[in-house]
Design a protein around this ligand. Structure first.
Ligand SMILES: Nc1nc2c(c(=O)[nH]1)N[C@H]1C(S)=C(S)[C@@H](COP(=O)(O)OP(=O)(O)OC[C@H]3O[C@@H](n4cnc5c(=O)[nH]c(N)nc54)[C@H](O)[C@@H]3O)O[C@H]1N2
Ligand SMILES: Nc1nc2c(c(=O)[nH]1)N[C@H]1C(S)=C(S)[C@@H](COP(=O)(O)OP(=O)(O)OC[C@H]3O[C@@H](n4cnc5c(=O)[nH]c(N)nc54)[C@H](O)[C@@H]3O)O[C@H]1N2
Ligand code: SF4
Ligand SMILES: [Mo]
Length: 693
C-alpha cells in the first residue's frame, strides 16, 4: 500500500494520541501534503465521528511557527530561554559524552529519565526508551502523576483496570459521574449518557465544583473535597439498613459482605452529612435512587483520587456496584480505567532483562525533592513527553532544582516548553501524526494503529529514533536497538498472556486499523483479586497497611490556610499541551478562581476582581469568579497555564508533593491556600494571559 505520507490531497485515517480516555478515530484531510483539517472517523464504533475542539484545531499546533525544527544548545542562563541551533550529530555526541563521564564518575543512577504520556503511543512512550534506559542502568521513574492511587484502590476491589464496556451503556438507566468533568475530559461518555437520557436515564454528578458537567446533570450533588469515601459508605449504610442489597449476588461473587454490613453501621446519613457537606436527606435519596435504577453505571473520575486518601476513595466507590448486583446487567457496573483489557506484551517491548543493575526508583511527583536531596544526586535529566516545570506538584521548587548548574538536562519535545527553557540540549520531536505506533484506550475497548500521515517536521525525530541514535552513540550493539517501529509493534502484540487481548498481527491491524478486546462481558466472574471475587473485604489491603474494609480517612492537615484548593484541568488544554498555542489559550480567556459568595464577601472580593492565592509553597494570581459553584471553604481553578501568557499562573507552585495513600499517587487537590484581593485589575490579568483586551 502507498504510504499515507505521500498522499498530497485526500483523506487519511489516524487516531488521537493524547492522554484522553476517548482515544478517537480520526480522519485527516490533506492538501498539498499538509494537514488542513482534522475530523472524527464516523466508522469508529465508539467515537463515531465526533471529536473535541482541541484536536479539531490540531493543525494550528502542528504548524505553529514556534514548533521546534532543529536541535538546540543553551547559550543563556538556565530558564532564560536563549538557544542556538546545532546539528543532530553534535547534540547526540554532547549527550553521550556527558553521560559516559557521569557513568564513570558517579554511576548510571545519576541519570534520570522523566517522561509521561504527552503521546500515548506504546512504541514511543514506553518502548525503545525503556530498552535504552534499562541498558544504560539509569534511575527508574515511578510514573504516578496521573491515576496510580485510584488504580491501586480500584484494583483492591476489582483486581485491576476492568470495568464496564462503553458500548454496552445504551441501556443504562442511571449514570453517576463521580469526580469526573466528563464534558471536558471524556466527551463521548457524555454523549452516551445524553442518548440514554432520551430513553429515560438519569444523570447524577457528584463533584466539588458545579462545572460544565455538573450543570448538565439531572441532579448535582456538591461535596467537600476528599470526603467521597464517607458518602459511598453512607449509601451502603442505607442500602443495607433498608434491605436494598442483592444478597444472592453478594454471596456468590463477593468476599466480605457480612463484615461490611456491620462496618457501615457507623456511617449513618447524619454522621456522613457532617463529613461530606451533603444533607442527610440527599444521602437517603441517592441510596434509594441507586437501588431503584438498574442498570446503573458509576463513572469514577480522576478528581477524587488526587487526594491524600484518594486510593481509599476509589476503593470504596468501586464496592458499590456489587451491593446491588449491577455487574451482571448489561451497561451496569463502574469504570475507573478499562486499561487492563488491552494489556499487551510489555516485556517483549521493553526488554527489562537489558538492565544489569538494580537502580533506584524515583517517584515522578517528588521531582522537586529528587533534584534537591537525592543521594547520590541526580546529575542528568532526560525529559520527554512531559512538562514537569508546569505539571509537577510543588513546581516552584522543581524549577529551582532545574536551575542547578551541576545538572545536565536534555528535553525532547515539539516546543520549547517551560521545562525545555532550563535544558542544556533541546531535541525536536515529531508529532504522533509523523510516527508509526499502536494505541490502546483506557476507557473503550479498542486497540488502534497509527501510520505516519505527514513527514517529520523540520529535522524533528521520534522518541524511538532518538533512543536508537543514543544507543549507537553509547556503543550499545544489542540487536534490540536495531528493531524497527513495525518490529516493535509485532513484538508487543504477539504472545500476549492477557486473555482479553485480541488475536491480531500487524498486517491485519493495517487493514482493520482498530480492533476490539475479546470476551470481556463476564470479566467480573473471574477477577485478578486473590479470591477471584469482588473483594469488599481485602486481606491484601491489610497486608499493605490499609484498613481491609472501605473506610473514610480524613485528609492530611496541610499548612494552616483557610481554603482547600482544587486546581484541575480545563476544557481547551490537555494538561499543559495546547496552553502555549494561541488559539486554544484565547478560547480559555484567562485563569479564574471559583469561590463561594460567603467567602468572597468576608474577604471583600467581588466577581472578576483579581485575587492573589498563596501558601508557603508559592503564589498565583487569577480573576475571582464568585457564586455558588463551590461550597464555602473550597476554591477551584481550571487549567495548567503556560508561562507565555503570564508569569503568575503556575497553579502547581501551590500544590503539595507529598504522596497519596496508595500507588505513590499525587495529591494535587489536597493543598490549602489563602486568598486575598490583589492590586491589579482583571483587565491586566487577561491581557497578560492571552494578549487580548
Ligand atoms: N479537556 C481536557 N481533557 C482532558 C485533560 C485535560 O487537561 N483537558 N486531561 C486528561 C487527563 S491526563 C486526565 S487524567 C483526565 C482527567 O479528567 P477527570 O477524570 O475529569 O479528572 P479531573 O478533571 O482531574 O477531576 C474531575 C473532577 O473531580 C472534581 N474533584 C476534585 N476533587 C474532588 C473530590 O474530592 N470529590 C469529588 N467528588 N470530586 C472532586 C473536580 O472538580 C473535577 O470536576 O482528563 C483527560 N482529558
Ligand atoms: N495542578 C494540577 N496538575 C496536574 C494535574 C491536575 O489536574 N492539576 N493533572 C496531572 C495529570 S492527571 C497528568 S496526566 C499530568 C500530565 O502532565 P504531562 O504528561 O507533562 O502532560 P503535558 O502537559 O500534556 O505535556 C506533555 C508534553 O509532551 C510533549 N509531547 C507530545 N508528544 C510527544 C512525543 O511524541 N515525543 C516527545 N518527546 N514529546 C511529546 C508535548 O509537546 C508536551 O509538552 O499532569 C498532572 N498535573
Ligand atoms: S483529545 Fe480526547 S476527545 Fe479530543 S480528539 Fe483526542 S481522544 Fe478525542
Ligand atoms: Mo492524567
Amino acid at each position: 500500500m502507498e504510504s499515507l505520507i505521500n498522499v498530497q490531497d485526500g483523506v487519511v485515517p489516524s487516531v488521537c494520541s493524547l492522554d484522553c480516555p476517548d482515544q478517537c478515530g480520526l480522519l485527516i484531510h490533506k492538501k498539498d501534503g499538509k494537514i488542513v483539517k482534522v475530523n472524527g472517523d464516523p466508522d469508529h464504533p465508539v467515537t463515531k465521528g465526533s471529536i473535541c475542539n482541541k484536536v479539531r484545531n490540531m493543525g494550528e499546533r502542528l504548524y505553529d511557527p514556534k514548533r521546534l525544527q532543529t536541535p538546540l544548545k543553551r547559550v543563556g542562563e538556565k530558564g532564560e530561554g536563549k538557544f542556538e541551533p546545532i546539528s543532530w550529530d553534535e547534540a547526540i555526541a554532547t549527550i553521550a559524552r556527558h553521560w559516559r563521564q557521569l557513568i564513570s564518575e558517579e554511576g548510571a543512577q545519576s541519570i534520570l529519565p522523566y517522561s509521561f504520556y504527552g503521546n500515548m503511543g506504546k512504541i514511543h512512550s514506553e518502548g525503545m526508551d525503556r530498552r535504552f534506559f534499562h541498558r544504560l542502568g539509569a534511575s527508574q521513574l515511578d510514573q504516578t502523576i496521573c491515576s496510580s492511587a485510584g488504580n491501586v484502590g480500584y484494583g483492591y476491589t476489582m483486581g485491576g483496570g476492568f470495568g464496564t464496556d462503553p458500548e454496552e451503556m445504551t441501556d443504562t438507566k442511571l449514570f453517576i459521574f463521580w469526580g469526573i468533568n466528563a464534558a471536558s475530559t471524556n466527551m463521548h461518555q457524555v454523549m452516551i449518557a445524553q442518548k440514554a437520557r432520551k430513553n429515560g436515564a438519569k444523570l447524577v454528578v457528584i463533584d466539588v465544583h458545579k462545572n460544565q458537567t455538573g450543570r448538565m446533570a439531572d441532579w448535582f450533588i456538591p461535596i467537600l473535597p476528599g470526603t467521597d469515601s464517607a458518602l459511598a459508605l453512607g449509601i451502603m449504610n442505607v442500602l443495607y439498613e433498608e434491605n436494598l442489597v442483592d444478597r444472592d449476588f453478594l454471596e456468590k461473587y463477593t468476599v466480605g459482605y457480612e463484615e461490611l454490613e456491620v462496618h457501615v453501621k457507623k456511617y449513618d446519613p447524619q454522621t456522613v452529612s457532617t463529613i461530606t457537606g451533603v444533607p442527610a436527606d440527599d444521602i437517603y435519596k441517592l441510596a434509594r435512587m441507586y437501588a431503584d435504577f438498574s442498570p446503573s453505571l458509576i463513572r469514577i473520575g480522576n478528581g477524587p483520587q488526587h487526594h491524600d486518601n484518594g486510593g481509599m476513595i476509589v476503593r470504596t466507590i468501586s464496592c458499590l456496584p456489587a451491593l446491588t448486583g449491577q455487574w451482571q446487567l448489561k451497561g451496569g457496573g463502574a469504570v475507573k480505567s478499562n486499561g487492563a483489557y488491552l494489556a499487551y506484551n510489555t516485556s517483549a517491548l521493553q526488554r527489562p532483562e537489558l538492565r544489569k543493575n538494580s537502580a533506584r526508583t524515583i517517584n515522578m511527583i517528588q521531582l522537586a525533592e529528587a533534584l534537591h536531596e537525592a543521594d547520590p544526586p541526580v546529575r542528568s535529566l532526560f525529559v520527554y513527553g512531559s512538562n514537569p516545570a508546569v505539571v509537577a506538584p510543588n513546581a516552584g521548587k522543581v524549577r529551582e532544582g532545574l536551575l542547578r548548574e551541576d545538572l545536565f538536562t536534555v528535553v525532547h519535545d515539539l516546543f520549547l516548553t517551560e521545562t525545555a527553557k532550563y535544558a542544556d540540549i533541546v531535541l525536536p520531536a515529531t508529532s504522533s501524526y509523523e510516527n508509526t505506533d499502536i494505541y490502546t484506550s483506557y476507557w473503550h475497548h479498542y486497540l488502534h494503529l497509527q501510520e505516519p500521515v505527514i513527514p517529520p517536521y523540520g529535522e524533528s525525530k521520534s522518541n524511538a529514533d532518538v533512543f536508537r541514535l543514543l544507543a549507537e552513540a553509547m556503543g550499545f550493539d544489542e540487536p534490540e536497538f536495531k528493531d524497527s517501529d513495525e518490529e516493535l509493534i509485532e513484538q508487543a502484540i504477539s504472545n500476549v498472556t492477557n486473555p482479553y487481548f485480541p488475536e491480531i498481527n500487524l498486517d491485519q491491524l493495517k487493514e482493520k486499523r482498530f480492533v476490539k478486546a475479546k470476551n470481556t462481558e463476564n470479566h467480573w466472574k473471574n477477577l485478578n483479586t486473590p479470591s477471584g471475587k469482588i473483594e469488599l473485604y481485602s486481606k491484601r489491603m491489610e497486608v499493605d497497611g490499609h484498613p481491609p474494609l472501605p473506610t473514610h480517612i480524613p485528609l492530611v492537615e496541610d499548612e494552616d490556610h483557610p481554603f482547600l484548593f482544587v486546581p484541575g484541568p480545563n476544557h481547551n488544554f490537555l494538561n499543559s499541551t495546547f496552553s502555549n498555542n494561541e488559539k486554544h489559550a484565547k478560547l480559555e480567556k484567562a485563569p479564574q478562581l471559583f469561590m463561594n459568595t460567603q467567602d468572597a464577601e468576608k474577604l471583600g472580593i467581588k466577581n472578576d476582581e483579581t485575587v492573589r492565592i498563596w501558601n508557603h509553597r508559592g503564589e498565583c494570581e487569577m480573576a475571582a469568579s464568585v457564586g455558588d459553584q463551590v461550597l464555602p471553604g473550597v476554591v477551584v481553578s481550571q487549567g495548567l497555564w503556560s508561562d507565555e501568557f503570564g508569569d503568575k499562573h503556575l497553579v502547581n507552585s501551590l500544590t503539595p508533593d507529598r504522596v497519596a495513600d496508595m500507588g505513590g499517587g499525587a495529591v494535587f487537590f489536597s493543598g490549602k491556600v489563602s486568598v486575598e484581593r490583589a492590586e491589579k485589575t482583571v483587565g491586566e490579568v487577561k491581557k497578560e494571559a492571552v494578549g487580548i483586551e
